[in-house]
Write a protein that binds this ligand. Sequence first.
Ligand code: GLA
Length: 709
Amino acid sequence: MPIIVHEDKHLFEIQTARTSYVFGVNEKGILQHLYWGETIAAHDCAHRLRSRSHSSFDAEVERECEEFSFWGGVGYSEPSLKAQFSDQVRDLKMVFEGYRIEKDKGLECLILILKDAFYNLKVHLYYRIIPELDLIERYAEAVNTGEDDIVLESFQSAAWTMPYMLQSRMTHVAGSWAGEYQLRETVLSEGKKIIESRRGFTGPHANPWFAMDDGSAAESVGEVWFGALGWSGNWKIVAEKTIFEHVRVTGGIHDFDSQWMLRSGESFVTPVFVGGYSSSGFGGMSRTLHRYQREYILPTEAKRKVLYNSWEATTFDVHAGEQIELAKKAAKMGVERFVVDDGWFGKRNSDRAGLGDWDVNPDKFPSGLDALIREVNDLGMDFGIWVEPESVNPDSELYRNHPDWVYHFPTRTGTQLRNQLVLNLAMPEVKQYIIDFMTRLLSSHPIAFIKWDMNRTITEPGLQGFPQEQQREIWIRHVQSLYDIWAELRAKFPNVEFETCAGGGARIDFGMLRFADQAWPSDNTDAFDRLRIQEGFTYVYSPQIMMCWVTDSPNGMNGRKLPLSFRFHSAMTGALGIGGNLREWADSEIGEAAVHITSYKEIRHLVQVGKQYRLSSLRHSKLAAVQYVNDDHTDSVVFVFLHAQQFGRHSQLKLQGLAGGMVYDVEGLSKETVQLHGSTLMKAGIPLNMRGDFDSVMIRIKAREGTHE
Ligand code: GLA
């Protein structure tokens, strides 16, 4: 029973396998947070349930740790809900009305019900509990039970109060196009640290995830509190530290330029903000989040296929003949899925035209698309294709026919980014147009995979077709409509797999991952840069969904030359793809690639559904190393990357996640297979014979029969 209500003490206790989460209703009727962390005797918290005032300049101190902060009365910390009633009153007085406990998607869920003392507004706060993972999924619902409209000016998913720490260090990611998921940490002082997107989608500049620790947590040790928001539009996570040393992290849909009209009888539900606790450092946090997405978020359990994508080989110059040539080489290497990227439709010969005209270009495919798909299928691969349905080039038939279908202010000329504008997905006819063309595409061709791209932010947000008071709903409506489209397509085409891409990794979050099987973390395919991007990515997201391509050397983006083995090893730490111009690869390279792909297929189960241990980071060392282990500790693989050897020295590496008493066959350390105990591998470590610059190795570790404990 993960939910315990101590009625006599006015306490609510959420128990997970290893944690307690405790709050109560204090004498002022405020939902006061009391504790979150390793399991304690929750009723001991009762004595802390009280309100205190410091001065007439402050709110009652406990308002800084409200479970959900309603903006009204005296309150200065980040609001979780700010609303305006039809008589212009902007003041909430939410009174605790009661609670329910329900099963939701098979999980125990605590629902608190609050009601405004005067107005017809109810708020339900949800806590859905995943006990075995020590996770709580929080979200909120506002219900207009009266006749008059209510304007929601800010409606956040949750506020997480952190336990007291001598210092509060926040970890998050920052980034840019081609440099996503860069880890950052900052010690909070009084004030706010805000990470956000105001670009219409999740964004490459930040990602809706945070971790908090007292400055002592590391990869494999220490206490870490964390949360991740499932929303693919404008979002905001505010970490606020007050002068009274409360630290609270509030997050949800961004309130910037946003509001939602809650009409009579309607309700609005926020996205989920999942929160958790790990006592085994950032590694423990990541393994929890990886399992969470596999077991509770992703639409499929299927392992990712090895794919080939022709984007870097041909860019917009897509022609059936060359695609077949590429497909033949890919098949020879053992590729399982062949994907044609941008350039196959309309007059799409560059990024200046054609986006929006989703008909197969007859000059590029004189015998039709199906002729190529047949060849690909005959070569033993399934077929995938790229689309970018939310955008349009002004130079397209779609735009010429429907110039009013884009977000715009009528008095302004819309800015073009990558020569494109964004379609107004909130208009029912636009939404239907996308569903219809995708339905046509998927039902008239045997397509197994869609790469869904989005190469533009939303700007100049004029929401045509909506009244003045709903103009600021654009940011929310775009995402809702996008989710509806994906949900409908997935239901209609259950066997088609989808990838989320947005000029690289700009739309990856737990909202999108409810519909997407895999994600494209970055357009940067340099295998060395990728190690940093992939490290940050796996702090939150599973290696199973992390698409990594092996591309040409020198790399098109930065000219870096890397050995083929390094490029493969880097890509084999996630879901492997190939993206090089295979027509220019020597037979020996195709042969070597085939060997790597065969090895990948042998270890794919470890990388994609095993436990991941980040052993060494380029942020602190010249070595990057990552290990994957199966659940019963009998099977493991380690990838090690050397940036630059210095002074002729060799490195050592300690492994993790093995069973101390088991004896393992270790392959890859030297020419011979060596036998070593788990304890030796983890405590004494292994010597590495890596040399020079950009060396890499894959080490395979398998328990010997009969040594299992
Ligand atoms: C984006 C994607 C790339 C590629 C191009 C095509 O940049 O991230 O992988 O699909 O668009 O235009």
